[in-house]
Design a protein around this ligand. Structure first.
Ligand code: OSB
Ligand code: MG
Length: 369
């Protein structure tokens, strides 16, 4: 395609309940949406997962919008025959900013695949019509609140519960949830980098609770620390923030820093790089699962497509609309049993509902030509 014009939309969706992690508390999901239009009328949409503040990653929403408008789109306007695989090479001279790059690549993918009548899942090599999913449960005000929340999600059917942890909220909540819900519950913990190697002995006590994995205890660049912890703990170590590319994934696996990988397309620069990580992890016998960034239905549709690849053997952080929002930007994403159906329509299979887009907009769309 040749991109003729693009639009940036900023929306804000109130979260049904505040989401607290070791990084902070979120009550609203502000999201940046990219819409591209091709010279032949093709149209694609994507959601940028950059947060309001650069806490989870160095990127943030306003910065991503600025970069997309001033650098990424102009670089792509200059390409006369742009195919999805050509987006990353056309942007490679611009350093960093994987979330912003992922958004424009995904919008191009959506436009091209919608025009070809091919679903993103089929294009990526998906093999499953539906994928098992879990819930990421934030740090609660009290242990009673936590048990209520977990109970609600387990009753809804979710295949796995992930507890956010931080120093002062780790052994006790994990122990209590394990004791209350029994050994049959697939349970994991995510520290979002809240610990340091000085905490290794403390973290090793989590081994008592049969976690399926411990996610990102240390700083993103501490592969050596994670490798030492992995050697010391029985609980498999999973990396999220550390895995910023296929090359980073290879380095982490070689270092013994993780035996499981959380793949978030935004964090690694797009669905094509995400698939490369899937492929190299599969070759190394490392299970992967699809992480989440509190996406709207738009971002989750694309994540469902990715999670339908064969190496995604653990339930993803891809919950139903009702886990996050009263009303979604798209038709609501629904849970069936412990799974969500992978969209099979062209491209991501979804587009924002124009009324919802208007209702949630925080400013008029910015047109880029
Ligand atoms: O670390 O996986 C994480 C949300 C925002 C930023 C980082 C993370 C998360 C989640 C939520 O855990 C996953 C989701 O349900 O989208
Ligand atoms: Mg995480």
């Amino acid at each position: 395609m040749r991109i003729a014009e693009a639009e940036l939309h900023t929306v804000a969706l109130p979260l049904l309940t505040p989401f607290r992690t070791s990084l902070g508390t979120q009550t609203v999901r502000r999201a940046l949406l990219v819409r591209v239009r091709g010279a032949d009328g093709e149209e694609g949409w994507a959601e940028c997962v950059a947060d309001d503040e650069p806490t989870y990653s160095p990127e943030y929403l306003e910065g991503a919008a600025d970069l997309i408008r001033r650098f990424l789109l102009p670089a792509l306007f200059a390409v006369p025959h742009l195919d999805p695989a050509g987006v990353a090479p056309a942007l490679a001279h611009l350093r960093g900013h994987p979330m912003a790059k992922s958004a424009v690549e995904t919008a191009v993918l959506d436009a091209v695949l919608k025009a070809r009548g091919l679903s993103l899942a089929a294009y990526l090599g998906g093999v499953r019509p539906c994928v098992r999913v879990g819930v990421s449960v934030g740090i609660a005000a009290t242990l009673d609140d936590l048990l209520d929340t977990v109970d609600r999600h387990v009753s809804a059917g979710y295949a796995r519960i992930k507890l956010k942890i931080e120093p002062g909220w780790d052994l006790e909540p994990v122990r209590l949830v394990r004791e209350t819900f029994g050994s049959g519950l697939m349970l994991t913990a995510d520290a979002n980098t809240a610990y340091s190697p000085a905490d290794a002995r403390h973290l090793a006590r989590l081994d008592a609770y049969g976690l399926a994995l411990l996610e990102q205890p240390y700083a993103p660049d501490d592969l050596h620390g994670h490798a030492r912890l992995a050697a010391r703990m029985e609980t498999p170590i999973c990396l999220d923030e550390s895995i910023t590319s296929a090359r980073a994934a290879t380095a982490a696996i070689r270092a013994g820093a993780c035996s499981i990988i959380n793949i978030k397309p935004g964090r690694v620069g797009g669905y094509l790089e995400a698939r490369r990580i899937h492929d190299l992890a599969q070759a190394a016998d490392v299970p992967v699962w699809c992480g989440g960034m509190l996406e709207t239905g738009l971002g989750r549709a694309a994540n469902l497509a990715l999670a339908s690849l064969p190496g995604f053997t653990l339930p993803g952080d891809i919950s139903a609309t009702a886990r996050y929002y009263e009303r979604d930007l798209t038709a609501p994403v629904e849970l069936t049993g412990d799974s969500i159906t992978v969209p099979d329509g062209p491209g991501t299979g979804v587009a924002p509902d124009p009324d919802a887009l208007k209702a949630f907009a925080t400013e008029p769309p910015v047109r880029v030509t």
